[in-house]
Design a protein around this ligand. Structure first.
Ligand SMILES: [Zn+2]
Length: 356
C-alpha cells in the first residue's frame, strides 16, 4: 500500500518537513494530529482520537499475539500569552522547558482564533543598556512579543486573547548532506518515524497501537491516559534526545551523538528501561547490523515513563534520535539516524512475539 497525497507518495523526509513546519504547542496539537491522522490512515485498521486528543492508530495482529504501544508526542514547547499591555505588547509565559536565554529576538507566531500573527520577542534596546545589564540574562517575564499593534485594543482586534499559544517561526531546511534544520524535531521526528514504521510494517503478528500523544512536554499527560485505554503488553516511546557532540558538552555528559545511529535509553529521570525491552531493542539492532548508542544520565523523561506505570505495570523502553538544540527555535538532526531508527523500529515490532 502506498501513501498518496496529490498522487505522490511522501518520503520520510517530506513527512518530517511537514510535521516540523506544523504548529502544535502543548495543548493545541490539532494541526499535527490532523496530519498524523492523514499519514497513518492508509497503513492501519483503525484511527481514532480519544477524549483528550491523543491520536490512536491500530494495526490488528494475530489472535492472542502481544500488544505493543508505540508513542510519539505531537506537542512542542512554546509560549502562551498571559497579558496584553496597554501599548499592545504581549507578555507571555513558557510552555515546557525553554531556556530564557534563547528567547530574545526570536521571530514567533501567535496563534489566535482569527489566525496566525507574526511577531518578534523584543526587549530594551542595546543602545540604552548599561554594561551590567548587558551581562545579565533577561528573565522571560521581562520579555514581550511585538506584533505591531498600536495599543491593547488593536491587539485584541487582531485576535489576541489571553491563553493564545505562540510557536517559533522556523521553516524546515536541509543544510548538509544528510543534515536538516527545523523546529519541533522534539518530537516530530518521533512522529515521522512512527508514520514510516507503520508504512513499512507488512504482515506482523503482534497488535500495534501507534499513538500520537498530547501534552508530553508538561508532564507526559497524554501517554498516561492512552496507555490506560490500550493496556499494552509493552511500550516503546519514540523521541528526540540530547546530542552530546557540540562544543561545550563535556565527555560523558550526554553520551549519544548525532549521526551515530538510534539511541536506546537504559535509564533516564523517569524510567529504567525494562531489561526484556532493552534486550529486544539491542538484539534487533545487532541482528540487522544497525548501529546503536546506549544512553543514561539525561535529566529528562519520555512517554515511556508513564506507560511503564500504567495499571499493573507495562515493560517499557525508549528509542530516540540524537538531536542538537532541542527545545530551541531551531534544532538539527541527521536523516540517516532517522532512517536507521525506522529500520530498527520495524525489526523490533517484528521480533516482539519472540520476547513477549
Ligand atoms: Zn520529546
Amino acid at each position: 500500500m502506498m501513501f498518496l497525497l496529490w498522487g505522490i507518495a511522501l518520503s520520510l523526509v517530506e513527512v518530517l518537513e511537514k510535521l516540523s513546519n506544523a504548529n502544535g504547542v502543548t495543548g493545541r496539537e490539532d494541526d499535527v494530529r490532523n496530519l498524523m491522522k492523514e499519514y497513518l490512515k492508509p497503513y492501519v485498521d483503525e484511527v481514532r482520537e480519544d477524549r483528550l486528543g491523543n491520536l490512536i492508530a491500530f494495526k490488528k495482529g494475530k489472535k492472542d499475539a502481544p500488544t505493543v504501544m508505540i508513542a510519539a508526542h505531537m506537542d512542542e514547547v512554546g509560549l502562551m500569552i498571559k497579558n496584553i499591555k496597554k501599548k499592545g505588547f504581549l507578555q507571555f509565559t513558557k510552555v515546557g522547558g525553554i531556556d530564557d536565554r534563547i528567547l530574545l529576538a526570536q521571530k514567533v507566531i501567535v496563534h489566535t482564533d482569527k489566525g496566525p500573527l507574526h511577531g518578534v520577542v523584543g526587549s530594551r534596546p542595546v543602545h540604552i543598556q548599561t554594561e551590567a545589564e548587558k551581562k545579565k540574562v533577561i528573565d522571560a517575564d521581562k520579555l514581550f512579543i511585538d506584533i505591531g499593534a498600536g495599543d491593547k485594543e488593536e491587539a485584541e482586534k487582531m485576535g489576541v486573547q489571553v491563553g493564545d499559544v505562540v510557536s517559533f517561526d522556523t521553516k524546515f531546511v536541509q543544510i548538509g548532506k544528510d543534515v536538516v534544520l527545523g523546529k519541533a524535531f522534539d518530537d516530530r521526528v518521533g512522529c515521522a518515524v512512527m508514520v514510516e514504521t507503520m508504512r513499512r510494517l507488512q504482515q506482523v503478528d503482534c497488535n500495534v497501537y501507534a499513538v500520537g500523544t498530547i501534552q508530553e512536554e508538561v508532564g507526559l499527560r497524554g501517554a498516561t491516559i492512552a496507555a490506560f485505554q490500550i493496556e499494552p503488553d509493552l511500550g516503546i516511546a519514540l523521541d528526540a534526545t540530547v546530542s552530546g557532540d557540540t562544543p561545550g558538552v563535556g565527555e560523558g555528559e550526554a553520551p549519544a551523538n548525532m549521526g551515530e545511529g538510534p539511541v536506546l535509553t537504559v535509564a533516564d529521570a523517569g524510567l529504567i528501561a525494562h531489561p526484556k525491552v532493552l534486550r529486544l531493542l539491542i538484539d534487533s539492532a545487532k541482528e540487522n547490523k544497525i548501529p546503536y548508542q546506549l544512553e543514561t544520565g539525561i535529566r529528562g523523561a519520555t512517554d515511556a515513563a508513564r506507560i511503564a506505570l500504567t495499571r499493573e505495570g507495562v515493560p517499557s523502553g525508549v528509542l530516540s534520535i540524537a538531536t542538537r538544540y532541542i527545545h530551541s527555535p531551531a534544532a538539527i538532526l541527521n536523516l540517516d539516524d532517522v532512517e536507521k531508527t525506522v529500520e530498527l523500529a520495524v525489526a523490533v515490532i517484528e521480533n516482539i512475539p519472540k520476547y513477549f
